[in-house]
Design a protein around this ligand. Sequence first.
Ligand code: VGL
Ligand code: ZN
Length: 198
Amino acid sequence: MTQALIVIDVQNDFCPGGALAVPGGDLIVPGINALMAEFPAVILTQDWHPAGHSSFASEHPGKAPLEMIEMPYGPQVLWPDHCIQGSIGAQFHPDLTTDRADLILRKGFNRAIDSYSAFFENDHQTPTGLEGYLRTRGITRLTMVGLATDFCVNYSAVDAAKLGFEVTVRQELCRAIDLNGSLAAAEQGMRTVGVTLA
Ligand code: VGL
Ligand code: ZN
């Protein structure tokens, strides 16, 4: 057992009709379900914010979604309210197979700090625990799919590669937000740290 499929944030709010809809976000669901059969371990992540999360533009008077602010841990994009704990928007897409998941990892639950990556919060220091989970299970090779390519998939893939995992991102089973060239930057960044883009 050395391989795992990590399915990033395939939640209603990131699909058409959701609060932070990624174009075509729902189209990847059947392919992800099919891919699960090829992996001995499947892990799902779930963006899981408390109401009033500091990444929400609504918490910053005068700021609009997709503007940037400076947080104590660095620059942060402001988002529409999304993936609020317990909401329909935070639920997985209804067609996503969740029964195969060995682990559902929730992230972004600390009000003061965002967490794009499945491994570290946006301070690049606070761990989510996923590294320890994978290492104690002997998992060394990761395939990542999901939403969004240029944010949570990108941050997760880069962190995993830096931690020494062998990482492949299946791009046809991801969709991007693509904010001001963020997709091209993400692809470049992933390649630089040795992530395989397939
Ligand atoms: C994400 C923005 C805010 C993602 C999560 O899953 O890519 N993007 N929260
Ligand atoms: Zn979020």
